[in-house]
Each structure stands twice: as C-alpha cells, then as structure tokens.
Design a protein around this ligand. Structure first.
Ligand code: TXA
Ligand code: MG
Length: 349
C-alpha cells in the first residue's frame, strides 16, 4: 500500500488538510495521527473490519482491546454507559491524557474491545487529533502507533518506521507533548476507580476528584504471575522493549554514576540517564540524556525516543536510571520496568 504523508503543524494548520485522512477512516482505512500522549494508528471505532485491520497492522493479539477516541467528552454517551463520576473526571481532565473504562454499548463492536463488555474512551487534546475525529464523523479506535511490543512512537518518524506502507495516511504533527500513553482508569463505583495504567494524569491528581482510587498491581509495575489475568489486558504482554536487554539501576546518585562509568568502560554499553548523570560520563560514550532529574515531564517526553535511539547506537546492553515511582515518575517507572522485563540492579550493593 502507498502511504500518503500529511504535515500538520499543531499550532497552525488548515483543518481541510486532514479531510482526505478523515475520509479514509470513515471508508474503512487506517491513519497514523499525533495525540498529546503518543502517536496512534486509527480506524473507525464502529467497524469490526477496521478493528481487524488495526490488529493486523500492529501484529497485536485481538484480545487486547482498543481505546475509542472522541472529539468531545459527552460523545462517550453514545458508546458507553456513563456515570456522574465520568463527567467529574471529564470536567477536570478532558480533553487530555485520560482514558476511562466503562460499560460498553452495542454501538461499539466486540472486536474493538477484544471481546470485553467494557469500553475505553478518551478525548485527546491535540488539535490535529481533535480535528481528525471531528472530520471523520466517527469515533476513532486507536492503539499506540508501534508494532506490538516495541516502544510507543512519539514522533511521526518513529511511527513511519513501523507503519509506512501499511496505512493510508501518516499525519506528522510534530513531537508529542506528554510522550507517555494516557492514564487509564476503570470506574468501579459512584466514587471509586481503579488506576490501570499510570500516565500524565497522576494518582495524586485523580485523588483530588475521586475519593477512592486503587492502584492496580500492573499500574504499580508489579510482576504478574503466569496464570494471572490482568484487569488491563495489554499489561500482560512484554512491552515498550528495545531489542537490546535493558536493566534499571537504582541507588544513590554517586553510586549510580560509578556504576554507569564502570559499565561504559567495559564497553558495548548504552546508558539512558538524567542530564546530571550524563554530565559525568566520559566524552564520546553512548549516553542518552533524557532531561534534568527534577523535570519528569521532560523525561516523559523523551523516554520512548531514548528507548528507540538506544537500539540505533552501538552496544549490546542498556542501563537506565530507575525513576521514583510517584507522581509522574510512576508512569515512567511503569514503562521502564516492563521494558526492562523487571531486571533491576542495585548500584549501592
Ligand atoms: O495515550 C494513549 O492512550 C494512546 C493514544 C494513541 O491515545 N493509545 C494507547 O493505546 O496507548 P494502546 O492500545 O496502546 O493501549 C491501550 C491499553 C491496552 O493496554 C489495553 O489492554 C487497555 O488499554 N484497554 C483498552 N480497553 C480496555 C478495556 N475495556 N478494559 C481494560 N483495558 C482496556
Ligand atoms: Mg500501546
């Protein structure tokens, strides 16, 4: 298939530019598009045939449900059984990086939700995503635009690496602001929810809107047992992984510096770390600086790029600084611990 590229500067684009891509979606085709979190690969969320195409293009197991993207929060009504708590969340966090799981209505085919009776709804903030959904006139089912198991794509370049030739359109809307996939919550009661995937809408922020927020084991980054069925099906798969083995390194700053330096001296090593650590590594070594230690927002924007770039650098192993598992750090930690398949080294030991 020939893929057409469309460039759309999020701060200055003519909506009509997106019309051909919107039409392609409405007619059953696929389109890669930017959101504020990561790029998505989208199709008509009301079509089981489009869902089948998405699973095929991604190489994704069809029991792993897709998120439905709507242009306005109240459109969720058509596809899910909404509750007052949904509107409270929407008021605070939508449009934005939050996905809410609710009971599915028949308007959404089971193929889209991996056979589940629930559906995940998200209203993205990115102006290009918003216009695309609006112009398509149908909700857009979209997983992250990466081949299953690979790090999510936060720029059109990386999305094209995985999908050029497999979709009708790739819309380049620049780099994603957040860089980590949306926070996913499931409404479980009038004032209770479960956090299934941490993201830029943090646990702490959710607590300001909902009295009872439970962090699922998967969100906390726990290892799931072989026979355990995760609440969020995507959490059972190896994920976000670069092709080289990755180890997370915890410990005091000084111990980590020494640890990274000694591994670099041994050779064949790529380091992913904060600017402060990077400044202490030998000139010319394979070090990817993901931003200041106290700026987790910057690190979130960079982390998936760093994982992809680490594959392009020479070396056969990667070590990365382990982020603090709280606030936005929990989202970073959750992605990295799974990319590392739970391999952790203690620099203080
Ligand atoms: O930021 C994002 O959420 C991006 C952009 C494109 O919007 N999308 C994204 O989709 O990350 P995906 O498919 O890569 O991740 C969605 C996760 C999967 O782990 C899936 O299992 C879970 O959401 N999920 C979707 N529907 C669900 C449901 N009904 N119940 C439980 N988990 C669900
Ligand atoms: Mg994904």
């Amino acid at each position: 298939m020939k893929t057409t590229f469309i460039k759309a500067d999020p701060s200055d684009f003519v909506p009509e530019l997106l019309a051909p891509a919107a039409r392609a979606i409405r007619e059953g085709g696929l389109c890669v598009f930017p959101t504020e979190t990561v790029y998505g690969i989208g199709g008509d969320a009301t079509s089981s045939e489009s869902a089948r195409k998405i699973y095929a293009a991604k190489g994704r197991p069809s029991d792993n449900p897709l998120i439905i993207h709507v242009a306005f929060p109240e459109e969720a009504e058509k596809y899910a059984v909404t509750a007052p708590l949904y509107y409270r969340l929407a008021k605070h966090f939508m449009p934005g990086p939050l996905t809410v799981i609710m009971e599915r209505r028949e308007t959404v085919p089971k193929e889209v939700t991996g056979g589940l009776d629930t559906v995940a709804v998200r209203c993205p903030q990115h102006p290009v995503a918003h216009e695309l959904i609006r112009l398509a006139g149908v909700p857009i089912a979209a997983p992250s635009a990466n081949i299953s198991g690979r790090p999510s794509a936060t720029s059109a370049r990386y999305a094209a690496e995985d999908f050029d030739g497999k979709v009708e359109y790739i819309i380049d809307g620049g780099r994603c602001d957040v860089g980590l996939e949306s926070t996913i919550v499931k409404i479980t009661g009038d004032d209770s929810l479960v956090l299934l995937r941490p993201g830029a809408v943090t646990y702490e922020a959710l607590l300001c809107v909902c009295g009872d927020v439970t962090v699922s084991d998967a969100a906390a980054g726990a290892v799931l047992k072989e026979d355990e069925r995760p609440v969020c099906p995507g959490m059972k798969y190896r994920h976000y992984a670069p092709s080289k083995p990755l180890t997370l390194v915890r410990g005091s700053d000084a111990a980590r510096t020494a640890f990274f330096r000694s591994r670099l001296e041994e050779g064949q090593t790529v380091i992913i770390c904060s600017s402060e650590q990077a400044a202490q590594m030998p000139e010319g070594s394979a070090v990817i600086d993901i931003g200041p230690a106290d700026d987790l927002g910057a690190q979130g924007r960079m982390i998936f790029d760093a994982l992809r770039r680490s594959d392009e650098l020479p070396g056969n192993r990667i070590f990365a600084e382990m982020p603090p598992a709280e606030g936005l750090g929990l989202a970073l930690y959750n992605r990295l611990i799974r990319a590392a398949a739970h391999t952790v080294a203690d620099a203080d030991a």
